[in-house]
Every structure is written in structure tokens, then in C-alpha cells.
Design a protein around this ligand. Structure first.
Ligand SMILES: C[S@@+](CC[C@H](N)C(=O)[O-])C[C@H]1O[C@@H](n2cnc3c(N)ncnc32)[C@H](O)[C@@H]1O
Length: 256
């Protein structure tokens, strides 16, 4: 495994050791996680065998399981996060959810075939456009014909839009974490379109980001950290999204 990937994996292993099956292992903002799950539930068919690639400690799959009839599988390259997921299965007695250790950049043929596959901020942990495309094509290789590839990933263009608003409000720009590379969405969609049918992009987090990362941030006293559970955030989480200022987006493709 190249050095950079090992360093990023070590970060996720440490998150797994520190937080176990808690949401904080992979997401500091509970309302944003609810929005991600809403967006996924909107497009995933609960009667179809489903895989999450880069599933972390299984938080999404445990949430989806409540409304799914079909089996759910998840893999992640972090042994620590998968250990937390398997521990949670044992503790809660879940059936029909399987977890395994695996790298999205490896040959995935042993994983089996799925009718739908999703990611949630997995590809942004890869360091180059080429790796991000390779990972998506690896997933396509284990998708049934006509199957859905649903990618909740972060967009560089939407972050730029958000930062323009933050600049105008006198706030500093939000920087991409050292272990992330946000998708150049135009480049990414164009590159995948040779092998996959591009369906649409859903900008589900835009209003929430404007409320939480512009209005709430601007209203927070200097020196304090904005509260993820502020009333304005709770209100924005309930409203339909508008605009294109939320980096978290859902990119939908179908296999021909
Ligand atoms: C931001 S976390 C999200 C976890 C989960 N999808 C969620 O929404 O709770 C990103 C996850 O991608 C995993 N990941 C990153 N690169 C990976 C790779 N090359 N192969 C498999 N998993 C990877 C990390 O270990 C981490 O669990």
C-alpha cells in the first residue's frame, strides 16, 4: 500500500479505536448524517441486495437495516472500524448485515455481485482523480446490469461556492482536510460516463451548509466553536435544499 494511503488508513484506524461504533468515528455533525441518510433512502430500493463500500463502523447500514428487506453488506479497509461494526452486530443481534475488511482499490470480484452499491465519503479519501475513478469502476465491476451506483461524496465546486459566501460574510474559508481530495465533479462525471450512465446529481446539503456554516458560524462569538445542534441548523435540516453550496452531494449512475 503506498505511504499516503497507509497514513490515511492509520487515521481511520485511530478513529475506530477512539470512537468504536459511535457516529463520531466518521462524522462530527449528526444533522448532516441525517441528511446523508435521507438522500440515500430516497434512491435506494429496500428490496435489493446492497453494498456500502468504505462503510466505516457500519452506521449507515445499521440505520438502513430498519427499513430494508434485502441483505446488506459493507467493507472498509480499516480493521478497527470493521471490528467496531462486527462488535455492534453481535451486541444488537442483527441478522442480514455482513461486514468485511477490503480496499476499494483492489480487485473486488470475490465480494460478489450487487443490485445497488453506495459510498458515503469514501472516494474523497483517495489522493488522485485516477484513484477515485478506478475505485468507482471497481464498484461498477461488481454491480448487476442496470444496477444503481449511488455516491455520496464531496464536491470541490460546491465548497468553492460555499467559501464565496463565507468570504462575503467575513468568515475564513473552509479548507479540505489533509486526508481528503474533494471530487472535481465535472471531471469525475465525464470520466465515468464512458462506462456508466450518468443519471443525476442531488445537491441535498446546500441549504443546511448555508445555515450552519455561514449564518450560524457568523452568529457565533469569536473564540467559540459553532454548535452543530444550533436551532438554525435544526431548522435548516428540515427544509428542502436550495442552491449549490453544500459539498456533500449524491452522484447517481447506472450500469448499462
Ligand atoms: C468519512 S468515513 C465514512 C464512513 C461511512 N461511509 C459513513 O458514512 O459513516 C470514510 C470511510 O472510508 C474508508 N476508506 C477510505 N479509503 C478506503 C479504501 N481505499 N478502501 C476501503 N475503505 C476506505 C475509511 O476507512 C472510512 O471508514
Amino acid at each position: 500500500m503506498p505511504d499516503k494511503i497507509q497514513k490515511i488508513k492509520a487515521y481511520w484506524d485511530a478513529q475506530g479505536r477512539q470512537h468504536g461504533s459511535d457516529l463520531r468515528a466518521t462524522m462530527p455533525d449528526p444533522l448532516l448524517k441525517e441528511l446523508e441518510l435521507d438522500a440515500l433512502k430516497e434512491v435506494l430500493d429496500p428490496s435489493k441486495a446492497t453494498l456500502e463500500a468504505g462503510c466505516g463502523n457500519g452506521f449507515n447500514l445499521f440505520a438502513l437495516q430498519k427499513s430494508f428487506q434485502a441483505s446488506l453488506c459493507g467493507f472498509d479497509y480499516s480493521e478497527e472500524l470493521i471490528k467496531a461494526a462486527i462488535g455492534h452486530v453481535a451486541k444488537e443481534g442483527y441478522t442480514d448485515i455482513d461486514f468485511s475488511v477490503g480496499n476499494i482499490l483492489d480487485d473486488l470480484s470475490a465480494t460478489g455481485e450487487f443490485e445497488q452499491i453506495f459510498t458515503d465519503r469514501c472516494l474523497i479519501n483517495l489522493s488522485t482523480h485516477e484513484e477515485q475513478c478506478q475505485a468507482a469502476l471497481n464498484l461498477a465491476s461488481i454491480l448487476s446490469s442496470g444496477g444503481l451506483l449511488a455516491l455520496v461524496e464531496c464536491s470541490k465546486q460546491s465548497l468553492d461556492n460555499l467559501n464565496r459566501l463565507r468570504n462575503a460574510a467575513g468568515l475564513s474559508e473552509i479548507e479540505v482536510h489533509w486526508h481528503n481530495r474533494y471530487l472535481d465533479e465535472d471531471e469525475f462525471i465525464a470520466a465515468l460516463s464512458d462506462e456508466m450512465i450518468y443519471v443525476q446529481t442531488v445537491a441535498f446539503s446546500s441549504l443546511y451548509y448555508i445555515a450552519s456554516r455561514v449564518f450560524n458560524a457568523a452568529l457565533t462569538s469569536e473564540g467559540d466553536s459553532p454548535d452543530y445542534m444550533a436551532e438554525i441548523n435544526k431548522c435548516a435540516r428540515k427544509l428542502p435544499s436550495v442552491g449549490d453550496c453544500g459539498p456533500h452531494k449524491l452522484f447517481l449512475f447506472r450500469k448499462p
